[in-house]
Design a protein around this ligand. Sequence first.
Ligand code: ADP
Ligand code: MG
Length: 724
Amino acid sequence: MSGNAKRVQAIQHITSRQPLPVTPSQPLESLWASDVFTLNKMKASLPKDIFKSLKKTIEAGDQLDVSIANVVAVAMKDWAISKGAMYYAHVFYPLTNLSAEKHDGFISVQSDGTVISEFSGKVLVQGEPDGSSFPNGGIRSTFEARGYTAWDVTSPAYIMTTDNGATLCIPTVFVSWTGEALDKKTPLLRANHAMNTAAQRVLSLLGHTDIAPVNSSCGAEQEYFLVDANFVNSRPDLLLAGRTLFGAPPAKGQQFDDHYFGAIPERVQVFMQDVEEQLYRLGIPAKTRHNEVAPGQFEIAPVFEAANVATDHQQLLMTVLKNTAKRHGLVCLLHEKPFKGVNGSGKHVNWSVGNATQGNLLDPGSTPHSNSQFLLFCAAVIRGVHKYGPVLRAAIATASNDHRLGANEAPPAIMSVYLGSQLDNVFEQIKNGEINSSLNAGVMDLGLNTLPVFDKDAGDRNRTSPFAFTGNRFEFRAVGSGQSVAGPLVVMNTMLADSLNWLADEMEAELAKGTALDAVILGVLKTIADKHGAVVFGGNGYSAEWHKMAVEERGLLNLRTGADALPVLKEAYVEELFDRLGVLTPVELASRFEIYAEQYILAIEVEAKLVVSMAKTAIYPAAMSYLSALSATFTGLKGLGVELDTGSLTKVSGLVDTLMASVEKLTAAIAQHDFATPEEHMQFCAKTIRPLMDEVRLSADALEGEVADELWPFPTYQEMLFIK
Ligand code: ADP
Ligand code: MG
């Protein structure tokens, strides 16, 4: 096949394809959670006392009593078999942002040669997937490579149905034989626990006597691109790196804004309905769908759930998106920046904390009493972001997210908090210590004589802030589209736990001196406003002035790249934080740094190698074919006495020369391997390899604008973004 034959074929495929029919959907009520072993199903199939004990475990998040595990296992197996499953899998979440699973059959061969289906409590509760090839950052030496999975009772088991059959899936934690966390779920459960303990202390000090367990909640908005599979298959960069490493900008980009919230293309709508039906079966409450800013970009957002369950559901949602896209002849790109010059994809993580008795603790509420409580929790978050902003930044540090942060489409790499003007004003007043009880009309009483009142509606929105208060929750907007939300949630819950413990310590000390509760609350709020107010910013986060002011006047860090941000995980204060709160031991934290640094380096190296090979084996030959065709034409015409300007020949040959010179430089850089530390290697990737990749791309994209279209080997941006 030569030149653009593959492209032509791809377009032919697309224009002649028959869309998948929309499957007639069942009513939502019968679809909902039909593939989940829900509490209701357990209640129906388990003896009363066993169900009660299990429910208690689920609500308290404790380990399961093994004596009841056998009974639960049998009920679960019977249900799974009734749904057509013959296999079960412990699903776990290694440090790769993906989900992993090992399948085992229910089959058990008997001594007389017959088989029965079997599933004991022991295998329900614990599995041994080995998993020695998952990244462990030096925790497991290869001779003791065993890892164990243990059932997380707080996240329900479900049936995953694919074209290859149905499997009973059991969400688990993944730990080494010495008990160290090798996954993303374990620290999330621990961070939640730490936050709960700290929140209970503060709530007690406020006089509550009935305090249900406090949990964090998460609602994640997932952005993604859909591109026809025929195009992806002829682009090695999309296939292997998930983003385009070459490609000239299309004549029509997103500047018309005609895609955003526009009518969803028919083929995509069929895809979305298919996705949603599967999500409903899995008990994932998909709620909103719409076109995003860029052509070919979409968003799906489920309703929020408990953070641990929401995290598992996020992983499942990404899997469902990818698998379903395949069935529809599409590829779902979850990469943060698939197309240069076109908006990238993020995942807004909406987060709050609350419980059954006091409700959402970040909701200003309508009763005077809950307002001082709200202010304390809100202030605790502000303190957390100020003290641990760099850790938040590190939690979203990936090679792919580097393309978005600070690029005028996503928040900057500087972590600041947006409160909205009214809440801003409240904290300003707290800082000044001169608080009026009536700030403006139509506002609420805070319940403390000396505290101001404020409007319930957060109203104004600021899209340029990485961490914004949005009425009854915070929204962390800098998370990457392809990332697990576990990491950010671990940091948010941990920093909040730290702040709430600090608050409780301070308040206990003041109360012991006999100070009145109102004054104590005002005092701690003022301390936070004074010491940590620098992190609050309501202006334009994209502006150059903010970048300067944040760093020079406010002392905030601007960790531009993942290479700058990941080493934060090695700082002593970070190690102390995670260790003190029982979220990650120093060994676990160190292993995480090793793994994330390695992933950062690997991602960039893979891309760099792809750049070299695509430039040498596809772009260079296309340009040379064009050159030889051009020169033959010029010579032929000259023979006929027609002398044309050969400027195009000179231009293309010049570009070919610079292209190949850049390729040589990049090749030499890739060959460098003597780095003293991963930090040094990451910096080399960010500061040397990446700019060299850009240099190659510059010539290649210029060539795309010169070389005859029929010779160009790769589908163009306009084809990939606009042909569906
Ligand atoms: P927007 O696009 O304006 O940010 P969306 O409605 O698309 O808003 O998404 C908001 C997300 O925030 C949804 O997933 C929603 O369920 C979630 N959310 C709402 N309240 C809470 C809360 N208390 N805790 C966590 N997430 C929440
Ligand atoms: Mg949002």
